[in-house]
Design a protein. Structure first.
Length: 571
């Protein structure tokens, strides 16, 4: 400052004006630079689009590559250079969005887990990890965009409908659709990719009239369905019946899985022996889960859809009996010892004179059966082949321990023959109809496929006839020369995957994660993601949630409990 002759106040004003001028000039340069960057990005995007259109036109002109191109209804990813550009108004590229959503929807990672994985990739690949809230936001927007898309107008739609419930009063009706001509390609057992989500409707009071109104609205968008496959829930059954009053050509098919489960419930629900077997299995769980026999425990009994999974219990019981019959219990305890009760049994059976020399080895433990048999032959003339099961139950420590836990199962050996045959017949019928479809004459083709009646127990033969009679009723509804869907297993699979997502949350309620259903069913190709990100905003998701769901249970809980506690002052 000593080098300047002007007063300090004048110099301060001069320096301030100079600083402001340079600051304004720097801001102007930054704005021009940002505008240039945006323009370059848009030009690159436009260039990539025009290049893709030119390549497509060239393929159409030459016809050489058009024959090998995918069908028009199959999703096609964008060229790599276009997929690396972000949608309009976004920072992340479409390819990063695609990778992120696939990790969440198909790899079983949570939203925070996706960010961690992408951070691990960041050392090798230039992939920036979005925040966990951004991951969910992308999925909601893609799901809503897919849900809002206009389905193709057809007159051969097949609907698959069912409800799902969660914590709270809300109930969600989901309707999936598939054209008849796509059934054969899917082997009459369509996967997620073969279906389209036609409706996701939430209500707190599902009635037949409400279900019928939803079906009518969907039919106005898609065209009248030829078949609706569902279970016999009271509101669904009544709603479909009301819908059929106007759509008289529509066929209502009772899902074969629920149909057979209903027959099994009627047959097994009144069977005292079956209920006793299940009670023993439950008692075994509580008594043996913390013991050395825990590896032999029966599978846990399901609280829902119990009669759809009876074969699991039967198969376990059969395998445990086979384990018993093999006679090798070394996995439990590999020890053999001649106890006093076993020695007294030998005395009673073979006489005291022949059994007396074995007193020398009473109480001695042997590591395996071979060593034990060798000791018996060394001290007596008894052959191991002449020893009965009563002796081995007392001498084999593993066998004795097995009987402590599972002796009750031996009395069900004859009952399990009936149960196993009934389960096998029901599985064969379901497998046939799910792979061949439902058509007139399905009963006759099933009778030719199933084992002869002479090989079945009387109870199983009678039960098989009940199942075939019910199948004949459903098959008679299908028009001649048509093969349609027999099962709604696909929607049960969709609900199962959806519940894997909701299980990660603090409250398993029906909320915005419903939009994950359209997202994981669809093939998230890059053009679809770009279209969804540019057409659906975050505010649109919020409006959809407010209109269909309202305030979430977690938000109401936070308002009622957490906020009030945080505002409370201690004196």
């Amino acid at each position: 400052m000593n080098a300047f002759k002007s007063p300090v106040s004048r110099l301060a004003n001069l320096f301030q004006r100079s600083r402001d001028a340079w600051k304004a000039k720097a801001l102007e340069r930054q704005q021009r630079l940002r505008a240039a960057e945006v323009k370059i990005r848009d030009l690159e995007h436009s260039r990539a689009q025009w290049k893709a259109r030119a390549l497509k036109a060239e393929r159409g002109r030459t016809g050489a590559e058009e024959a090998a191109a995918p069908a028009a209804d199959e999703p096609v990813d964008e060229p790599p250079q276009l997929a690396l550009s972000p949608p309009v108004g976004h920072h992340y590229s479409v390819m990063v969005m695609q990778l992120t959503m696939r990790l969440y929807l198909h790899a079983g990672l949570g939203s925070r887990g996706v960010a961690r994985v992408l951070n691990l990739f960041g050392a090798t690949f230039p992939v920036a990890a979005p925040a966990h809230t951004t991951v969910l936001n992308w999925i909601y927007r893609c799901g809503l965009a897919i849900l809002n898309r206009q389905p193709e107008w057809r007159t051969d739609w097949i609907y698959v409908a069912d409800h799902t419930i969660a914590l709270g009063a809300s109930k969600c009706l989901v309707i999936l659709g598939i054209p008849v001509n796509a059934l054969a390609r899917s082997g009459y057992s369509p996967g997620h990719g073969a279906m389209q989500v036609l409706a996701v409707e939430i209500t707190t009071h599902s009635t037949g009239a409400w279900v019928a109104n939803v079906l009518r609205r969907v039919a106005q968008r898609t065209g009248p369905p030829v078949q609706i496959v569902a279970d016999h829930g009271s509101d669904l059954r009544k709603g479909i019946a009301l819908f059929q009053e106007h759509a008289t050509a529509c066929v209502y098919t009772y899902d074969i899985s629920h149909l057979i489960a209903t027959l099994l419930k009627a047959e097994m629900g009144r069977d005292a022996r079956w209920e006793s077997l299940l009670a023993h299995c439950r008692n075994a769980w509580s008594a043996l889960q913390q013991t050395d026999l825990a590896f032999l425990l029966p599978p846990r009994q399901r609280l829902k859809a119990r009669f759809m999974n009876l074969d699991v219990q039967v198969r376990w019981a059969q395998r445990l009996l086979a384990y018993h019959d093999r006679g090798d219990f070394s996995a439990i305890r590999a020890q053999y010892v001649l106890k006093w009760p076993a020695w007294e049994h030998l005395c009673a059976r073979f006489g005291a004179a022949r059994a007396h020399p074995l007193r020398a080895i009473v109480g001695i433990r042997y590591p395996d059966r071979a060593a034990f048999c060798q000791a018996l032959q060394t001290h007596s003339d008894l052959e191991s082949d002449t020893l009965d099961d009563v002796f081995w139950q007392q001498a084999d420590a593993g066998y004795s321990r097995f009987l402590d836990g599972f002796a009750w199962l031996l009395s069900y050996r004859d009952d399990l023959v009936d149960y196993a045959q009934m389960m096998a017949q029901s599985k064969l019928i379901q497998s046939h109809l799910k792979s061949k479809g439902l058509q007139r004459g399905s009963q006759e083709s099933l009778q030719a496929t199933l084992p002869p009646q002479s090989t079945l127990t009387p109870r199983t033969a009678a039960f098989t006839q009940q199942m075939l009679a019910k199948v004949a009723v459903e098959a008679a509804k299908i028009p001649t020369d048509n093969v349609w869907l027999a099962s709604s297993d696909i929607i049960e699979s969709v609900f199962g995957k959806y519940k894997c997502f909701t299980a990660r949350g603090p409250l398993k309620e029906i909320g915005k994660l419903l939009l994950a259903i359209p997202a994981f069913i669809a093939d998230l190709a890059t053009p679809l993601i770009r279209e969804a990100m540019e057409s659906v905003r975050t505010i649109d998701v919020e409006h959809w949630a407010q209109a269909h769901i309202g305030a979430s249970m977690l938000a109401r809980r936070r308002h009622a409990l957490i906020d009030s506690l945080s505002n409370t002052k201690t004196v």
